[in-house]
Design a protein around this ligand. Sequence first.
Ligand SMILES: Cc1cc2nc3c(=O)[nH]c(=O)nc-3n(C[C@H](O)[C@H](O)[C@H](O)COP(=O)(O)OP(=O)(O)OC[C@H]3O[C@@H](n4cnc5c(N)ncnc54)[C@H](O)[C@@H]3O)c2cc1C
Length: 414
Amino acid sequence: MSEQRKAIVIGGGPAGLATALRLHKHNNITCVIYELRDQPSTLGGAVGIMPNGLRLFHRLGVYDELCARGYGGGMLTLHSAAGGVVGAEDLVGWARSETGFGYLRIKRVDLVDVLLEAVRREGIEVRFGVKVTGVEDGLVHTDSGDERADLVLGCDGIHSFVRKTVVDPGFVSEYSGIAGSFSIVPASRLPARSVNLMHGLHAMTTQEGMFMVNPCTANKDEVMWGFSREVELPGSGRDGWEETRKAEVEGFRDYLLGVLQTATGEWGSVVRDLVQNTSVIKFYPVYRLPLGGRWYKDRCLLLGDAAHAMSPHAGQGVSMALEDTFLLSRLLEDPTRPLPEVFAKFDEIRRPRVNEIYLQAAKNASARKKTGPWGLWMRETALGMYMRVSCALGLGKWGLGQKHLVYDIDEARF
Ligand SMILES: Cc1cc2nc3c(=O)[nH]c(=O)nc-3n(C[C@H](O)[C@H](O)[C@H](O)COP(=O)(O)OP(=O)(O)OC[C@H]3O[C@@H](n4cnc5c(N)ncnc54)[C@H](O)[C@@H]3O)c2cc1C
């Protein structure tokens, strides 16, 4: 390999942008990013980023910019379907005291924008509207010509072209059984009484599924809400989603107001206000990759969702991508280490961590499943009891349920 190595990064999402930035700054690797979309602004929703991911964003040099845009605060208040409070706990309290980093909810467009600005400041080339047509070892074919590199990084998300055509063609995403609807509502559209109650993160259990509400901008002028629930795969399979999507988008208000019928009290009003003042929602069936699967072949490595897309219910997708980035960067520090060895070590170190978080996300997703009145009562009672016991015994001090949030990929030994 030559002294100044080159990487082609396919995909300009969080994984691709962060990886290009890190390899350029830390490893002196020349990077070029190919992004399929014409521009980055079509992305929707807001993501929550956990302490393990925020610490890496800090090392990447973009933490302050992210905090200037997103909303911090990891206190979770859990509400019952009847509108009461089941319990409250700081989701990241112990992890914050251990790492100095808490929780951030940020619009996806802001996250990508901050990363893109950082990439541009470094002079890294980003090519939008590029269609990759093939990858052969270090040679990438696109609709606008061919280019060669020492490394090809497939950061092109769950439906990765690089995975499907090069690294693991038979490995396809599967439906998780859970689908979600979400929207971002300007706070100016909501009654002041509702806005005043929106501190931190709120969740509400119902028989149908789970509501989540969280401000997503630093000054709280926009609020994200989401409702995730069990939805059957259409009879016609993947192709049937378009029809379901249309019905969900058209009928969301009536459906959700029906779900909320029994919700009383302040929180019942808050969620109803949000639904009533929402003009449009996005509906998404949650797909994920099964565990296992190949992550590399020849000069090509998959990172982020392209390698290990998981249910979003552990709030770890972005952080997992960042951990991939930092490990790869460390493994490439020695330019004489052969690429097959780099990739094999990457796989060996990342696999157990990814599997652990994947299973956690799947477990969290199951709390969204449909249940009856008894099931709901049991779910609320168990969660309430856990929160009360945890608070009374001070279990938070021992990091119960938060150990995975202080994991530092830079400490992984190899
Ligand atoms: C509804 C939902 C909620 C989520 N909530 C959270 C959360 O709260 N916290 C969290 O951490 N994670 C969350 N996630 C997961 C998180 O969004 C992903 O893990 C993260 O975006 C992965 O980043 P990525 O760059 O690997 O993939 P992506 O974000 O999918 O980016 C891939 C990029 O590659 C581009 N691309 C695709 N194909 C090609 C191609 N052939 N050539 C070139 N470019 C291509 C795409 O246009 C895109 O820009 C959520 C996911 C979903 C679906």
